[in-house]
Design a protein around this ligand. Structure first.
Ligand code: SDX
Length: 434
């Protein structure tokens, strides 16, 4: 007896029923896992616009209302009142840490921030002008060559240890990429510093003198990391889940996630926004670029605008817009020309029928780059910072998937429209005899 409400599909004169499940929030789902067996048909949903790939209790997004919640807490509240490591604990374990848990978790992460000394020689094999994301893809996956005691995905302790290592080591690897690119010596982690202070210290300190991290910058960095930490089943998280579904080790899965995040349609957009604002160069040229963004024959898109899920203002962009002004004020940067262009671009776009009709609003990448720039982060490092933050979400989602008793290897099907059966001509030998 099926207790779930049913969705009925009719194909020709035959009807098929499929169960409908409802979650705690958001759209109900139709379980079509038996569709092929019962009807001989596949569903067809390129880009997965209407497909739920899994069940999850980590992050909830309501795109129409512009809502983003980690484990039920609204993103603006978390960004305002928490620090990044507390949010990592929340994503991993479902609850914010109490004082004792916070002490344990922070100390645990701190003690994993160093990377194996041998790793630097892998980095040194790259040209110094390499894009840091190219290095990060390799470096994160290569952690599996060093940390053999956290590769067994069936051992919950090893899964947890791998999660700690990835959260802890991403900033170290990122700072090493940056130092290597500018020919400066690597700076080791400093266990006296908080997560964000430590990252900024590794990025900007030198062995030659004491470097004090600005509390304002550390606080802004922590907020940026929280805002970027997780986002439901986005492209890179889905990549991590799919890679993990085959039983691949967690470090390799994160490497796959970094590769997907690099794309300009995804995490690479924050770097692309700055390049776009620089190309626009002056407010007077904005109409020319708006016209290009609307021109179907022009591949140009307004970077930092639009979203698959948000058909309203991205709640993270709202927080970043305010943070932008705060950081620039605190740094005494009065006239950041790129911010002026960005705000004028947003004003014009949000009045333009093309953007209004398609519900194209600024997303998380629209303002983040301006803040990073003000903090002295080079443009090529912007997506690396996104990866540092999203590692928390990736490991939480990967852990949830591995622990899901219903988890199976992900293996989508296709609509085949290639050649039908044909045979090699008998006339001439296809392979020259040796
Ligand atoms: C992130 O998924 C996530 O959650 C991602 C993310 C996360 O935290 O993980 O939120 C992070 O990736 C944010 C998005 C960053 N990317 C960009 O800013 C790049 C610019 N944006 C677009 O490329 C686009 O908006 C996407 C990729 C973000 C979403 O694309 P969709 O959902 O596939 O939408 P679409 O391409 O079908 O666009 C719908 C219409 C099209 O026009 P029509 O065919 O209806 O005439 O809107 C147009 C598009 O041409 N459109 C844009 C546009 N984005 C969509 N036109 C101009 N400029 C844009 N930015």
């Amino acid at each position: 007896m099926n207790t779930h409400p049913q969705a009925t599909l009719q194909i020709k004169d035959k009807k098929y029923d499929f169960p409908i499940y409802n979650g705690t929030e958001g759209p109900d789902v139709i379980d079509i896992s038996a569709l092929y067996k019962e009807t001989g048909h596949f569903t067809y949903d390129p880009g997965f616009l209407s497909t739920a790939s899994c069940e999850s209790s980590i992050t909830y997004i309501d795109g129409d209302a512009g809502i983003l919640r980690y484990r039920g807490y609204n993103i603006d509240e978390l960004a305002e009142k928490c620090d990044f490591l507390s949010v990592c604990h929340l994503l991993l374990y479902g609850e914010l840490p109490n004082e004792e848990q916070s002490e344990w978790f922070n100390r645990t992460i701190t003690l994993h921030t160093m990377v194996h000394e041998q790793l630097q020689f892998m980095l040194r094999g790259f040209p110094r002008r390499s894009h840091p994301m190219a290095v990060m893809v390799g470096a994160s996956a290569s952690l599996s060559a060093f940390y053999h005691d956290s590769l067994d995905i069936n051992d919950p302790d090893q899964r947890e240890l791998a999660a700690f290592r990835m959260i802890a080591k991403m900033p170290t690897l990122a700072a090493m990429c940056y130092k290597y690119s500018i020919g400066q010596p690597f700076i080791y982690p400093n266990n006296e510093l908080s997560f964000s202070e430590n990252f900024l210290h590794m990025m900007f300190a030198t062995p030659c003198e004491k470097y004090k991290v600005s509390p304002t910058m550390a606080q802004a960095m922590d907020k940026l990391l929280i805002l970027h930490a997780d986002h439901e089943q986005n492209a890179s998280t889905s990549t991590v889940r799919l890679a993990g579904s085959s039983g691949a080790n967690p470090f390799a899965c994160i490497g796959a996630g970094i590769a997907s995040l690099w794309g300009p349609a995804h995490g690479g957009a924050n770097e692309a926004v700055i390049l776009m604002l620089r190309e626009i160069g002056h407010k007077s040229r904005i109409p020319e670029f708006i016209a290009r963004a609307k021109d179907k024959d022009d591949p140009f898109r307004l970077m930092g605008f639009g979203h698959r899920v948000y058909k309203n203002y991205d709640p993270r962009a709202k927080v970043l817009r305010e943070t932008c002004n705060q950081v620039l004020d605190e740094l005494g940067i009065r006239d950041e020309p790129l911010l002026e262009i960005a705000m004028e671009l947003e004003r014009i776009a949000l009045e333009d029928e093309y953007f209004v009709q398609r519900k194209l609003y600024p997303n998380v990448d629209f303002y983040s780059g301006i803040i990073y720039r003000a903090m002295g982060i080079p443009t090529k490092m912007f997506t690396v910072l996104f990866a540092i933050a999203r590692t928390a979400g990736w490991v939480a989602q990967w852990k949830e998937m591995i622990e899901d008793p219903k988890q199976k290897i992900g293996r989508p099907r296709q609509l085949y429209n290639g050649a039908t059966e044909r045979h090699l001509g008998s006339k001439k030998k296809m392979r020259k005899s040796a």
